[in-house]
Ligand binder design. Sequence first.
Ligand SMILES: NC(=O)c1ccc[n+]([C@@H]2O[C@H](COP(=O)([O-])OP(=O)(O)OC[C@H]3O[C@@H](n4cnc5c(N)ncnc54)[C@H](O)[C@@H]3O)[C@@H](O)[C@H]2O)c1
Ligand SMILES: N[C@H](CO)Cc1c[nH]c[nH+]1
Ligand SMILES: [Zn+2]
Length: 444
Amino acid sequence: MLSRIDLRGAALSDLDARGLRATLPRAEFDVEAALDALRPICEHVEHGGEQALLELGEKFDGVRPPSLRVPQEVLDAALADLDPAVRAALEESIRRARLVHSDQRRQTVTTQVAPGGSVTEKWIPVDRVGLYVPGGKAVYPSSVVMNVVPAQLAEVGSIAVASPPQRDNGGYPHPTILAACALLGVDEVYAAGGAQAVAMFAYGARDADGATVCEPATLVTGPGNIYVAAAKRLLKGLIGIDAEAGPTEIAILADGTADPELVAADLISQAEHDELAASVLVTDSTELADAVDVALARRAAATKHHERVDVALRGRQSGTVLVDDVDAGLRVVDAYAAEHLEIQTADAAAVAARVRNAGAIFVGSFAPVSLGDYAAGSNHVLPTGGCACHSSGLSVQSFLRGVHIVDYSRDALAEVADTVVTLANSEDLPAHGEAVTARFEGDR
Ligand SMILES: NC(=O)c1ccc[n+]([C@@H]2O[C@H](COP(=O)([O-])OP(=O)(O)OC[C@H]3O[C@@H](n4cnc5c(N)ncnc54)[C@H](O)[C@@H]3O)[C@@H](O)[C@H]2O)c1
Ligand SMILES: N[C@H](CO)Cc1c[nH]c[nH+]1
Ligand SMILES: [Zn+2]
């Protein structure tokens, strides 16, 4: 089922890093390609406010929401009607996420640079965040947890959620998404999806009379499809964003010790998100690759979303990469920089410790990606499209800014004045030095 790329022997050693990246499977319709489609959507929201957002709901989600903001009674009813088993599972997911994310909180640190001279690094949360929760082909209450838990632990003062309107829920987001918001104490929820939701948070939205319906946010986080990721790229600067967390990717580095049934199950688990999802196997075992193909064909045909899975597995973003050994495999997975990387090899922990580029790493046979999706305690909002070589998954840190507070006494400044003047003159910016010496003019 998976196409094959053979990188054994010179095929790998002859490639430099750029050439290797270009050889690996990636979708043709990427974030850059989606930008043109959504520029007019974002402009429509900027100028058309609430009315534009309601229209775009009708156009892209097949239903015009009764109101952009979800009324409190609708949130309360969703929580009251939530299946107790789903509520218990969400509560356990929240508990584990809070455990892990609590440990990410940064402390204010003061460094005494010289007598009387200190720099304090203080972590200040953004004022207001817009959290995106996907809801197109599937709905994602788990992404409410993954967005809201770190934002709350970072003590962001104002938290709003947007998710696409659902035809089956009278034009409001899916009831389990609303219930998850209510469970976490989030009461500002909007029925808006895709690029238009990101634009709503960037520009804010007013009604036809000019009254504010949604205040602009300073930061927008959360996962979504290619249009959501592209909107974040387009509006970055006006708003802060987390990493581009677009269509899901799984890469599995496996050797002959791996169980082909488990490898196939995990590749399919992420392929069911989206036709653009990527499932990549990197292995030094042709026997394993063959057995995975057989298992994929059987399992893919039997799974609920088999049509989507089939398209994703056959797409050019998915494939098997054959390598000489695990060392060569590590070079390939580092170049690919997967959102999720599973290590299913002998001595998996030691191999995992050598990985440099991945959004999250899952070690051995008992840590499938779907554990991380729901209940490992780790965050599932992770960088895609190779962004894992420079960006991290969502964390408490994503919602904080580190601000340096510089506090120097007269004596401490006098002590370093010559250093500043010398460096300022070396850059031909003498007024910088004069701003320091002006403070000591009376001393001469
Ligand atoms: N990287 C991560 O951390 C992560 C986590 C969870 C999910 N995901 C990904 O999130 C995505 C969820 O996608 P989804 O589609 O189910 O929900 P979604 O909410 O991301 O997207 C639905 C929205 O897409 C917009 N849209 C659809 N077709 C469009 C078009 N032709 N032009 C413009 N806009 C269009 C619509 O406005 C719709 O509301 C999947 O790709 C999944 O893999 C990623
Ligand atoms: N695998 C997705 C991207 O990390 C997250 C998710 C949510 N629900 C199921 N899966
Ligand atoms: Zn998933």
